[in-house]
Ligand binder design. Sequence first.
Ligand SMILES: Nc1nc2c(ncn2[C@@H]2O[C@H](COP(=O)(O)OP(=O)(O)OP(=O)(O)O)[C@@H](O)[C@H]2O)c(=O)[nH]1
Ligand SMILES: [Zn+2]
Length: 199
Amino acid sequence: MALYRNFEEFNIEVTDEIKSQFSSIITNLGEDVAREGIVKTPERAAKAMQFLTSGYDIDAAEILKGAMFKEDYNDMVVVKNIELYSLCEHHMLPFFGKAHIAYIPNGHIVGLSKLPRVVDVFARRLQVQERLTHDILECINDTLKPKGVAVVIEASHMCMMMRGVQKQNSTTTTSGFRGQFEAQETRNEFLKLISSDLA
Ligand SMILES: Nc1nc2c(ncn2[C@@H]2O[C@H](COP(=O)(O)OP(=O)(O)OP(=O)(O)O)[C@@H](O)[C@H]2O)c(=O)[nH]1
Ligand SMILES: [Zn+2]
């Protein structure tokens, strides 16, 4: 399985198939697919959807394994405000927001950029916010084997904003805690850090 994908290189046959499906969808929605502004839209949409679901092809554990360093640091590491964009599996509409991740090393630290990369791998799939939270949490827990790991995601769902209940201001928060973060004191320290103005 690829570590990183060159997102510009999509399988031509799959792109053509999705392109013709988008062509039908656009026609069925009442548009003229031959219109100048739209004529290339089926291909653009095919590529966009493949990019937004490109996380299926990437092994998130391998990303972490590629940048684990032996280090005797036993305190909390927090990476907060990681932007994320995903697609809800029910409507295939975006949900987006921020992920906050913390872990307590157990002999190894991980390259900081790898945590947002893991978020992207699991976000670029058809998801529900709860599973996305757990996918990230379990991947870090199983691969890095830290003393503890915590993940909080705050997100807005377009399927609740643009359609359906049409609530513009509601946000959803999901969280998962393993190891030392299951203890109230450690969990509270993390929650305090992510809600503070500290960089
Ligand atoms: N738990 C959870 N639900 C989600 C997520 N994304 C979308 N949903 C919900 O999935 C549900 C699908 O419900 P259905 O009744 O089958 O679909 P629907 O008729 O389009 O529902 P409405 O959105 O209420 O109009 C909705 O309540 C959505 O709000 C998510 O990440 N987690
Ligand atoms: Zn939805």
